[in-house]
Ligand binder design. Structure first.
Ligand code: KG4
Ligand code: ZN
Length: 345
């Protein structure tokens, strides 16, 4: 089955054709970073307008690059949440219109579930059912969540951030360090050859009676806003030249604090589970990938990291998950709507 996938939940306009949930025939990702960089973050209005302008040509290129004809497309899938409402609307509306025009079924996809699926793309990767049950860590600009995955469509939320997401911690930290937007890649780059213990940052402890836990165990939840404040105060007393040696040292310590918390808490919740699956934009981070790999090896667990091309937002994970039987399926029609606060529980 050939699925055309569409992803427009935030600041990437993407379309992809995936065969049988595995074989990525094309994956076009158009980043809007340059449009948002002057504002230091994503501006929803600019994002949705840019999706409107770019999506038609991105979809056409995805179909052309796949080597298929429109008649070969068996289904259309699009992200319906979570994400920016006005951006989701562009991709979902395009998907619905195409499904009606092609008279093919339409699949609405949960963006977080698709980030989990991203580690299963590619002919050589195992199938989801062979690996279940497993633990998934999704680390992106909007989410930092741990799930126990029992089977496709069955998830238990084990933990999540109670304030900033890990990607936000990178972006806000980079902003304070004068490294620009997006912050994750900038901090990753500047930290590579710097000592990682120059500054002792706090660990972000969460109290048992914290009102934002929503019934979850504080030991499996994350808090990054205190770390960002600690960086703010550190820089007030110890200003650094953006991009200079001191900046690299502070950035590397800050990155290390985020990563240590992510790795420690993730491996603690794994219990007897053998496999850890990791996806989302922050999983592009070189140091995080190294530390996860090291820890998995030392504990004798198996680690499935999404390949870099599928870590950030992309439509291959949307088409792939639909092709694997995930998502909410509809006959062509207009019934389905966006769900900006969609959860995976
Ligand atoms: O998954 P994603 O592309 O979009 C969302 O669904 O949010 O994640 C974007 C986030 C941004 O916060 C960005 O700074 C972060 O991923 N990111 C990184 C790296 N590359 C992207 N964070 C740390 N290290 C990186 N190399
Ligand atoms: Zn994402």
């Amino acid at each position: 089955m050939n699925v055309l996938g569409i992803e427009t939940s935030c600041d990437e306009t993407s379309a992809s054709v995936v065969r049988d949930g595995k074989i990525v025939l094309s994956n076009i990702v158009l980043s809007q970073i340059e449009l948002h960089a002057p504002y230091g973050g994503v501006v929803p209005e600019i994002a949705s307008r840019s999706h409107v302008e770019s999506l038609p040509s991105v979809i056409e290129r995805a179909v052309k690059d796949s080597g298929l004809q429109w008649a070969d497309i068996d289904a259309v899938a699009a992200t319906y949440g979570p994400g920016l409402a006005s951006s989701l609307m562009v991709g979902l509306s395009a998907g619905k219109a195409l499904a009606i025009r092609l008279n093919k079924p339409m699949c609405a996809i949960n963006h977080i579930e698709a980030h989990i699926y991203s580690a299963f793309l590619g002919e050589k990767s195992p199938s989801w059912s062979d690996v279940c049950p497993f633990v998934a860590l999704i680390v992106s600009g909007g989410h930092t969540s741990l799930f126990r995955v029992e089977k496709l469509g069955r998830y238990r939320l084990l933990g999540q951030t109670i304030d900033d997401a890990a990607g936000e911690a990178f972006d806000k930290g980079a902003n304070l360090l004068g490294l620009g937007y997006p912050g994750g890649p900038a901090i990753d780059r500047i930290s590579r050859d710097a000592a990682k213990d120059h500054v002792k940052f706090p660990k972000g402890r969460i109290k048992d009676n914290c009102p934002y836990l929503e019934g979850l165990d504080p030991k499996s939840c994350f808090s990054f806003s205190g770390l960002k404040t600690a960086l703010l105060y550190y820089l007030k007393d110890n200003p650094v030249e953006p991009g200079g040696n001191d900046c690299a040292l502070v950035a590397a310590s800050y990155q290390e604090s985020i990563i240590n918390v992510l790795v420690d808490k993730t491996f603690k919740v794994m219990g007897s589970e053998k496999t850890l699956v990791v996806g989302g934009g922050v999983s592009l981070n070189k140091r995080l990938r190294e530390k996860l790999t090291e820890r998995a090896r030392s504990e004798g667990r198996s680690l499935m990291l999404a390949v870099p091309a599928y870590c950030g937002d992309n439509a291959a994970m949307i088409a792939g998950l639909a092709g694997a039987g995930g998502g909410v399926w509809h006959e062509p029609g207009l019934l389905i709507d966006v769900s900006p606060n969609l959860e995976l529980r």
